[in-house]
Design a protein around this ligand. Sequence first.
Ligand code: AHQ
Length: 245
Amino acid sequence: MSDILAPWSKEEFEAELRGRSSSYHINHPFHQMMAAGTLTPAQLRGWVANRFYYQISIPLKDAAILSNCDNREIRREWILRILDHDGVNIGGVQDEGGIEAWIHLGGAVGLSRDDVTSLRHVVPAARFAVDAYVNFARRQPWQEAVASSLTELFAPHIHQQRIDTWPTQYPWVDATGLRYFKQRLTQARRDVEHGLHFTLDYFSQTRALQQRALDILQFKLDVLWALADAIMLSQCEIEIKGPKA
Ligand code: AHQ
């Protein structure tokens, strides 16, 4: 049917993309429990340890896009995402990167560096959800992988929610651990500006392509939802001894 319909205007297309916000994982029961302060310390630690696998997979996903992308202008922008996560030390510019910041978040909730980096707490269904995203980026045209990153349209809201709620809901968490969420507020907005501009242009050639972009966004929304399912339903709860127990 979408083959014979005229493409939406870019404004209508963007509204359709943003209209998928109800499927975003901020609405998942696990994240609603997080925002309400009802997660136990062991549950919060389980989430941090499992999400680390997503964090270290993002640069692999972005490198897959770069390796498939024949457009230098897109690559010049997209490579920034890898530096955001892996960190950088170029010409005096030093930044530990988001992966290191997530390890620091692990320490803030009472996990050792090895608890996080060993991946021993990552549950199989969490790996499957994250690997589905990385493999999508490896196998699909780079333009489709760009569109799949647009769940970040909704990310500033969930990062801000953690920044706003954790200090009162989880006062036992060292506040310096929130550094990751704070830096994502600006990085996600920069990413979305670039990814959305490209997606609105490239996928607006036909209504069928616009529908494809919506289906790709729904796939990625399902990846994030399935990741939250995996963490909640596997009951990954990491107990520790000591003051943050
Ligand atoms: O920390 C996140 C991150 O670096 C990224 C990159 C981006 C992508 O390329 O798919 N998506 C994303 C997301 C991050 N954090 C998630 C969260 O809830 O903390 C949200 C997630 C996203 O919305 O896609």
